[in-house]
Design a protein around this ligand. Structure first.
Ligand code: SF4
Ligand code: SF4
Length: 236
């Protein structure tokens, strides 16, 4: 516990907005099961930047998205080194990386949101995004996998989407099914990843190389609990 506290303090010092711990052995491929404990690192995005997204992403948002990912990679790398120096095995999972030889070509080696949900930090929304209990979808996540035993969170957060379907109705690609997430469900139950990706490539190539959109982050009321809602619905 003392060692974990030291790691946690370092991650916060380096810029993490929040930290969570979980056991993700059941979700790992055989080759990664040795490092079954996950430290989730979350960084809060800029409200000002997100609020400027309208019917398309902004250049600033694209830059922000990439620099926050770089920050997360730096935080998790430094955490990984710290844990390794304590005599444990650790691996920083890339903040944003798709692996084309996987069955699902829109996925990375490990889903950060799986660990974040198991850590009780939030839920998966109808947008398919991780929705933090405190900041909604306005966060980016990273993960350190390790064999260092961690203080685990036993309670999971209840799905807070309820009857809301603002992201579903705002998606210009009509890529969201409106279904609610449940543990073990296939991603296609929530989102048509191909439709989302192709829409971004077709319409936002000149802004974010076709890799960002941000509309479903911008409109989610869980991200701006105390602000006036300016819905993007109907602007397709
Ligand atoms: S990123 Fe854009 S296109 Fe993709 S699901 Fe969200 S709103 Fe739809
Ligand atoms: S916009 Fe509504 S339905 Fe979509 S993720 Fe946010 S709370 Fe859930």
């Amino acid at each position: 516990m003392e060692k974990f506290n030291k790691v946690q303090d370092k991650l916060i010092d380096l810029g993490a907005s929040f930290i969570g711990c979980s056991d993700v052995e059941a979700y790992l491929p055989e080759s990664l099961k040795k490092v079954r404990y996950a430290i989730t690192v979350g960084v809060r995005l800029s409200d000002f930047v997100i609020d400027q997204i309208d019917a398309r992403p902004t250049y600033t948002y694209f830059h922000h998205y990439r620099t926050v990912n770089t920050l997360i990679d730096q935080i998790t790398l430094r955490g990984q080194i710290e844990i390794q120096n304590m005599g444990y095995t650790a691996m920083a999972v890339p903040a944003s990386q798709t692996v084309n030889d996987l069955e699902d070509s829109y996925s990375g080696i490990f889903q950060h949101k799986t660990a974040a949900v198991k850590a009780g930090l939030g839920w998966i929304g109808k947008s398919g995004l991780f929705i933090s209990s405190k900041s909604g979808p306005r966060v980016r996540l990273g993960t350190i996998l390790t064999d260092m035993k961690l203080p685990l969170q036993s309670d999971t957060t209840l799905n807070g989407c309820g009857d809301c379907r603002i992201c579903v109705d705002s998606c210009p690609a009509m890529a969201l099914t409106g279904n609610s997430w449940f543990e073990g469900c296939d991603r296609s139950h929530i989102v048509d990843a191909k439709a989302c990706s192709e829409y971004m490539n077709r319409n936002f190539k000149h802004i974010g190389r076709g890799s960002v959109c941000g509309i479903c982050i911008r409109v989610c009321p869980k991200g701006f609990l105390n602000k006036n809602i300016d819905l993007l619905q109907g602007r397709r």
